[in-house]
Design a protein around this ligand. Structure first.
Ligand code: FES
Length: 105
């Protein structure tokens, strides 16, 4: 699937991801700025925080309980906040839009 990352300044980066990858892995593989992913995807750092575009929140779904606990440590959490390492990409997510926060913790 093709994923679009939008920076706080509005600049966009479209990346080609593989189904089965996480959104965090796709971001790191394409050097998307603002996705730090300190823990490497273990759901224990909250530096891969993204906002799921409103159009996509339903299809992507909400965080697990463990993810929600970790999100408490993220900067400026909103109802559409997710940890991108916990978003498993599928072909149905082609066109997914994720917004990168102003800063990570
Ligand atoms: Fe650490 Fe996602 S990469 S919580």
């Amino acid at each position: 699937p093709t994923i679009t990352f939008i920076q706080p300044d509005g600049s966009k980066q479209v990346v080609e991801a593989k189904s089965g990858q996480t959104a965090m892995e796709a971001a790191i593989a394409n050097s998307v700025p603002g996705i730090v992913a300190e823990c490497g995807g273990a759901c224990s750092c909250a530096t891969c925080h993204v906002y799921v575009d409103e159009e996509w929140t339903e299809r992507v779904g909400g965080p697990s309980e463990m993810e929600e606990d970790m999100l408490d440590f993220a900067f400026d959490v909103r109802p559409n906040s997710r940890l991108s390492c916990q978003i498993r990409l599928t072909d149905e997510m082609d066109g997914l839009v994720l917004h990168v926060p102003e800063e990570q913790v």
